[in-house]
Write a protein that binds this ligand. Sequence first.
Ligand code: NAD
Length: 274
Amino acid sequence: SAIPTIRLNDGNAMPQFGYGVWRVSNEEAAAAVGEAIKAGYRSVDTAAIYGNEEGVGEAIRAASVSRDELFITTKVWNNNHGYDNTLRAFDESLGRLQLDFVDLYLIHWPVAGSDAYRDTWRALIKLKQDGRARSIGVSNFMVEHLRRLIDETGVTPAVNQIELHPRFQQKELRAFHAANGIATESWSPLGQGSLVTDETLAGIGRKYGKTPAQVILRWHLDNGLVVIPKSVTPSRMRENIDVFDFKLDADDMRVIEGLDDKGGRVGPDPAVFG
Ligand code: NAD
């Protein structure tokens, strides 16, 4: 069934469900993204550092759906912060993707110990004004970083893409996003696969004839989050997108809320990473 969209603070629509391609090689990316598009995915999350923008672009050109039906995200890496560097890095990403615009351009990390992300953000504002990035946002930003961008430029990111899954629920940051009109996008939504063997989630799934992965993805959707699971296995790609025919009940939501763990990160901490 059709993938729901959410309305971003700049008026654009973003699919609430997409396909992440971290650790998919450039060689396998064209086939994997092609397979995902066939399975019904319309949004792809890549990044300059993933090294697979060319493969993603190849799949877009080969796809049977038009560019307008796709939502493509990429990100500027940590070594290209600053106004001029970011504009150059963006041109290089578009060149590798062979696109003339992306739907969403993100600052990949704030980079601990540097405040160059503010000039990076000014470059993204310019790219949005020029229409080459339809929407602009950030990734791995903490409240203090978001506050500085908003205070210094008056432009609120449309999206903050952050580590988020049942074992690391980011409630404080989500509350700040909600108060400021920032959409929350969950990376490593399955805890990099570590949550798919969880017995509590399996038990909930049995009620609906769904797998733990499907329960987790439904939990993201029912929380209003944008979610971008990754798999290169076609059967799992199809399993992961098959979550639009059920809804978790209030009890399920409460039980999953109970899995939250302050120490539950699977990825780097933005307070120290960079
Ligand atoms: P994920 O939580 O999506 O888990 C992916 C792994 O889970 C797969 O490699 C596979 O081993 C397993 N898996 C997937 N579907 C399954 C299924 N149905 N059944 C059983 N196992 C399954 O992890 P991820 O790839 O880290 O995150 C998703 C995407 O988020 C990435 O591809 C990337 O696009 C994005 N991301 C962004 C950042 C960032 O800093 N902005 C960091 C990490 C990931």
